[in-house]
Design a protein. Sequence first.
Lengths: 132, 514
Amino acid sequence: MSLPAAANDEYESLTIDQEGFLILVWPRGVTITGPAARHALDAVNEICDGTRRPMLVDMATTKSVAREARVVFGEKSAASRIAMLGHSPVDRVIANFALGRIPPRPPCPTKFFTDRDQAYAFLREGLDERVL
Amino acid sequence: MSESFDDTRLDELVDLIVQLSSGDLSARLEPSPARDSLDAVITGINLLAGELELTMEERVAERTLVLEQARLALERMALYDALTGLANRTLLGDRIGQASARAELGARPPCVLVLDLDEFKTVNDGLGHGAGDLILVDVAHRLTSVVRSTDTVARLGGDEFAILMPDTTEEDAMRVAERALKELHSPFTVVDRPVWAGASIGLCFGLRGQSADNLMRDADTAMYAAKAKGRGNIQIFRPEMHHAAKERLHIASDFGAAIARSQLRLYYQPIVELDSGRIIGAEALVRWAHPQRGLLMPMDFISVAEDSGHIIDMGHWVVQAAISQLRHWLVRFPDAPFQLHVNLSPVEVRWPGVAEFISEALDEHGVDPQRLALEISETGLMTGDVIGLEALMTLRRLGVGVEIDDFGTGYSSISYLRRLPIDTVKVDQSLVRDIATDGQQVGFVSAILRLIESVGLRAVAEGIETAEQRVQLQLLGCLYGQGHYFSEPIPAPELTELLTLQHATVDGEGPPSR
């Protein structure tokens, strides 16, 4: 199951994998704008259709995240736990900045990883948090 | 040389920090494709700079908003009256200018109405500035309720207001003026008590090329003409009013010395028992023997005396002179039931120590307080002045008579009269005037006389000019009266002659001068 992105600066793909995890992939070198973040969040809620799921966000090589986008990421969504996956120290700084704007804390457990397996392990820890 | 030594990013990062610290918060450094730790630092600084820039922009926007609000508040202070929220003189002047400009382009001329409260000073001094402010705010509401949506109501200062009516007809302007007058003549409620203030209104229509200042000045002149005409009326500006205003200034300037130069005179109008025609008292009336203008009547100088503050000095002189004259008559006619009536203006009633002053004057001349009666105008008593009422109660306790003058010209109710320390009501001449010819008026006066009697007060009819009026009043049961029919106000020696004549008459029948 997947929802395609609407435009170039939007997310690349949104799917639900075999484990029931949401996989949101941003294109390489993207600047995530407010409307793009909003579109992604709406798509997440739509695809989950009332079910909360852990989500992996692949944001490796993201160029930047706009302030408006950071505010959108602070909203509660169908994601019950989020693992942000990047490759470099730059991704780490950007990911933590994205989280830093969210007051007082992210709406669900959220963590940055450079290792995909560790990211999945983090998501699996929260399987019992799924609300079906 | 190591690879890192060739890497210029660290120097570029230093440059970025220098640029940012110099205040250029838009400066950024592009991270390299390596996306290593140094790029992470660059990215972090870029993001922090972005945050700082946004915060600064927000702060600037916030400050700009505060400054804009302050500018609007200042503009409001400069153009609006803080107490009432009405336009002030400056804004009114601007709007008059705009209305005049429209008139130049073919619209009808603007009209300016200047309104001044007649008894505001009495209320303000008697009930306090807080009460005065409440009345001013109420006046603002009332005036706003009578104007058209295109008109501007302004407070010029103190108790003076103005209405600008752009593009207007005389008919519309008069309609608004009359409605304003009616509104302002209804009582104000201050601390749960009714207070009457009244107003005088002057109107002036703009002429081609006339400045806003001139238009306001002329409306002001018309307002003073309305005040001089007895207050509570509307006057449209006429050029000759300027002459009257100048005269008024001359009179005000001359009046300051009138007492010192012994130019004031007392005239006495007899008050008679209607059935017998016997003189039972007299009302003392002040005249000013002006060296150039001749004998001036109170209407020529009382309002000037009130406005200039000389009214208290004049009142003192009148009380002293009247009681001194009363003493002469009482010595000469000790058995005659004679009472002298002296007018007190609202300002005098409120004057601290007025009761003591009158009491001492009576003592000084050895006059029984019951031989003196004080006349206070109806509107003067209706201003709800506590201090004034206390003074009157003190005098009443001493035995001095207290009367309400010109009854029927104000808005007092009989039930309110009962609560005042008065013993006599003088029925105004405007009620007496048509009594011999107008059946409806007879019924009205009859009802008033019955009401006065029913609350235990004595009635004296003023302004009796004909035998028919006298007879009609007698038929209605009115016992006392005064007016030209019996006698004009006359100097003391002439009244002495009448009293002598009456004293010599065995049965005392017949009117003194008829």
